[in-house]
Design a protein around this ligand. Structure first.
Ligand SMILES: Nc1ncnc2c1ncn2[C@@H]1O[C@H](COP(=O)(O)OP(=O)(O)OP(=O)(O)O)[C@@H](O)[C@H]1O
Length: 248
């Protein structure tokens, strides 16, 4: 049986005036490549913040790697690439190498020295995302998609078991989106990296993902990608409150 890495049971969360999440139950197993979909304001970021321990649920239970979330000590097992990480301007004074190396801070602690093999780890992480040639380049001189790969390498350098990507294809041109998904699928298959990919766009859900979850305050669907493909656009639209188009 595959291990359950993330488990939410009946989780609800309310901001002062807004109920963001209602009775969410969700399991992510080791090796899953999950697309978490939902329109703007459907609660995706709130759900991520709960998983990342930045918010506490009002009710319900969250377990990470089998442990209660509030007792979970291995935050470095969860890598996170935020939505706006690929928005550096060309003058930003950091090289690709420096950006990726800074990902080790989570593992070694803020005031500790980098491990002796830090340079090897950095090169390995850049190789995993196909960016090893850019080690000494300034981060601001790369395209949006290349910057996104560097930030994935930054998350990978501390050797996480689960990678959460918030709308990673925003800012990547259409031709490069498939190559980007190929890279994620490679990490998922060959490095056994469990992935949660957040998107508000049905169009961008790739055939590479294994599972899909549709969120709009509550979970409307969670299952295999093949089963998701049999659901009509009208049905998905009724969950989202606006029309949708599935592109294969
Ligand atoms: N800090 C906050 N204070 C109050 N309400 C909030 C806060 N953050 C989010 N909300 C509300 O909670 C609901 C869910 O927001 P959330 O950011 O989780 O959605 P999302 O699916 O990530 O949206 P998007 O795709 O636009 O990023 C929305 O109605 C939003 O207005």
């Amino acid at each position: 049986m595959k291990k359950i890495l993330i488990e939410l049971k009946d989780v609800s969360f309310q901001y002062e005036y807004t109920q963001a999440l209602k009775n969410i139950s969700l399991r992510v197993h080791e090796g899953d490549f999950l697309a978490l979909m939902g329109q703007n304001g459907s609660g995706k970021s709130t759900l991520l913040k709960l998983i990342l321990g930045l918010l506490k649920p009002m009710s319900g239970e969250i377990k990470l790697f089998g442990e209660q979330a509030n007792h979970f000590k291995h935050r470095e097992w969860i890598g996170y690439v935020s939505q706006k990480s690929n928005a550096f301007n060309s003058g930003f004074p950091a090289t690709v190498e420096e950006v990726v190396k800074s990902g080790l801070v989570q593992k070694v602690g803020l005031f500790k020295r980098y491990p002796k093999d830090a340079d090897i780890l950095v090169k390995g992480a850049l190789k995993d995302v196909g960016m090893e040639k850019y080690l000494k380049r300034n981060i601001g001189q790369l395209s949006g998609g290349q910057q996104q790969r560097v930030f994935i390498a930054r998350a990978l350098v501390s050797d996480p078991k689960l990678l959460i990507l918030d709308e990673p294809t925003v800012g990547i041109d259409r031709e490069n989106v498939q190559a980007f998904y190929d890279m994620l699928a490679h990490l998922n298959k060959h490095h056994n990296m469990t992935m949660i990919l957040v998107t508000h766009d049905v169009d961008t859900v790739s055939d590479r993902v294994s599972h899909v979850a549709c969120l709009n305050q509550s979970i409307h669907f969670h299952g295999y990608k093949n089963d998701f493909d049999t659901i009509s656009e009208e049905q998905i639209a009724s969950w989202n409150g606006h029309s949708v188009r599935k592109i294969h």
